[in-house]
Write a new protein. Sequence first.
Length: 295
Amino acid sequence: ELGWTESVPYLDRPPSPLEFYREWVSPNKPCIIRNAISHWPALKKWTSAYLREVVGPKVVSVAVTPNGYADAVFQDRFVMPEERQMPFMDFLDIVEKKVTSPNVFYVQKQCSNLTGEFPELVCDVQPDIPWMSEALGKKPDAVNFWLGESAAVTSLHKDHYENLYCVISGEKHFLLHPPSDRPFIPYELYQPATYRVSEDGSFEIVDEKSEEKVPWIPLDPLNPNLEQYPEYAQAKPLQCTVKAGEMLYLPSLWFHHVQQSHGCIAVNYWYDMEYDLKYSYYQLLDCLTKAVNVL
């Protein structure tokens, strides 16, 4: 389908597996689902005091940047965050502003960090979403835990996953583009690099010289440079806010840019997409876009 509504629709209950696959997964359409996680203990339990008690001094991976942009284009590089190992309670001190820092901290490691680094919290949510697992005939590849400052921003990108994004507290602000907007969204190749802290506490950008260049989107959809990227004026972004207790179904290959309220906590489930006609269509569109840009 190439015709999208101007807003993301809401469902008042979790659908049946057949209904969800037929109405949302197959046509590749996003929706926000209410009352899908209302039974999770996490919605009431995951206070700062509880997280301190349960996770407390455990050392976890935290993404640290000088500007809140991890995995984003900066100074003509694709710059990844410093992955800092630190006690979780020290991270909470920063989020709660008990300790001040000029940098931006975000628990966002996307390698099933909920099950890998925070197994103590899995019992407060679910290891998978049963109706989604039945609809797709598979379990999620990853379950991720997200907690960070409001300055932490996720740059515009897409994933090869069917994504169920569940907000536990606070809210997430999504800007979305369907795959059919690909001709209007710029991609360029960038040298990968990583933020590294110098002895004086400042950040330097260090090239990952052994790595291949990374295709990434240089455009900021909140403040697009239409002189540099005039095609983007033809794109039609959708914006939505996912509040505590709500779940966003973010279909595979949809472009998304994400902001959050301060201290927002979320858990998301990544299910591998089917590499079917939908994927072939996107690949064709991508190749045609690149060919036109070369001309």
